[in-house]
Design a protein around this ligand. Structure first.
Ligand code: ACO
Length: 362
């Protein structure tokens, strides 16, 4: 067994926290966040409402949705004021790095909790960096708009219609939290040292960027572009698997069936009505990939994960693909802050051991 497939090396099945925030059942294909199934949340709660529930569960204090909305709006305004100090330091950098520098530069805001300063800052930073890369000036936040609608407005410079805002809101809700995923674990490790939330969230973002985690949607779109037409699906996928490549948007450590978030996002794209990628083509790629993976790895149960329809949804919302991971971070920052707060309140220093395989002293 190589180190890559050794379950111990991946901490498979190890519980690293006791949490009231979210639970993933990989056999049933079920995700519960703050007490509700993800499909119901996406239909009934907006991002601010879910943020309130996560922060309340993490701190044990009541937080209502209107209060979370006000705090996030304040966080957006405060981040915008800091842009003149942040943007020059990121000029010319690839987006993934520019966003890391920007996230690391988010600072405490007087009279505002760290969690609101951080989650509030994310859409402002993502939007301003996209516009900077296009040679355009940042657009100021509008505290009267919802978080998702304001993100689209600040990034694109025009007001998103209600369906678009709702679709992005459903996306932010869907990805807000997801058990002990790698970036949340990274954030909790940092918070477990009693380092502050700004440190914990920076670590979370860094872990998110890899293609095995939140860096996958951009390559999903590259794959769909490269396949290009229905008659090329089988040949393209067979060749990729023959070369030993991983198909982006498929497979998951915990889910052994379809990721329930994929269905929520697919519905959100369908409601947008035919913008961006042809959904019929995408569904054929998905179906063929699932069959090919089953044939190539019969013992693995590899199915569609959240990133496949994330890519299609964010593209349909005209979000540039280099901003996919920062937009993911805008949603997941809700979970990172909640987990960091919970870890600090209820957890212990996270300090695992290792198996020594190096040289022994004489
Ligand atoms: N395509 C082809 N083969 C795959 C894929 C895939 N998408 N996923 C896993 N496999 C194979 C591996 O090559 C490995 O084969 P082997 O045992 O013959 O070496 C086997 O299935 C198991 O792989 P692991 O790496 O042990 O699976 P793990 O649970 O660690 O990985 C992961 C999960 C990282 C998501 C993996 O499925 C993958 O790389 N998928 C593609 C990238 C992706 O979609 N990332 C987004 C994940 S969702 C998220 O984090 C938000």
């Amino acid at each position: 067994m190589t180190i890559h497939s050794n379950p111990a090396a991946g901490l498979d099945g190890v519980a690293a926290a006791v949490t009231a925030l979210s639970h993933v059942d990989g056999e049933k294909g079920e995700l519960i966040v703050a007490g509700s199934r993800i499909g119901e949340l996406a239909d009934r709660t907006d991002f601010e409402g879910l943020v309130a529930r996560l922060w309340a569960a993490a701190t044990g204090r009541e937080v209502d949705a209107a209060e979370a909305r006000r705090r996030l709006a304040r966080g957006r305004l405060a981040a915008f004021e800091r842009l003149p100090a942040i943007l020059p330091a990121t000029a010319g950098m690839p987006m993934v790095d520019a966003f890391r520098v920007a996230v690391a530069a988010v600072a405490p805001v007087e009279g505002l909790e760290a969690e609101a300063a951080i989650v509030g800052a994310m859409p402002v930073l993502a939007a301003a960096l996209v516009r900077q890369a296009e040679g355009r000036a940042p657009v100021a936040p509008d505290p009267d708009r919802g978080h998702a609608a304001d993100l689209l407005r600040m990034m694109r410079g025009d007001v998103a219609n209600a369906e678009e805002a709702k679709a992005l809101d459903a996306y932010l809700v869907t990805v807000a939290d997801h058990g002990m995923n790698a970036s949340t674990f990274a954030a909790r490790v940092v918070a477990s040292t009693q380092a502050n939330l700004f440190m914990a969230v920076t670590a979370g973002y860094c872990a998110l960027t890899g293609p095995l985690h939140g860096g996958a949607p951009e390559p999903v779109l590259d794959m769909l572009d490269s396949i290009a037409s229905k008659d090329r699906i089988a040949g393209w996928i067979d060749e990729a698997l023959k070369r030993g490549e991983r198909l982006m948007g498929f497979g998951h450590r915990i889910y052994k069936v379809r990721d329930p978030r994929a269905d929520v996002l697919k519905r959100a794209v369908e409601r947008l009505g035919g913008r961006g990628t042809d959904l019929g083509f995408a569904a054929e790629v998905e179906a063929y990939a699932r069959r090919a993976l089953e044939a190539a790895k019969p013992d693995r149960r590899l199915d569609t994960n959240v990133e496949f329809y994330t890519a299609i949804l964010l593209d349909a919302l005209k979000i540039p693909r280099r901003a996919f991971t920062p937009v993911f971070a805008a949603g997941r920052s809700a979970g990172w802050t909640a987990h960091a707060l919970e870890q600090q309140r209820t957890g212990r220093l996270l300090r695992p051991s290792s198996i020594y395989a190096g040289a022994k002293p004489e």
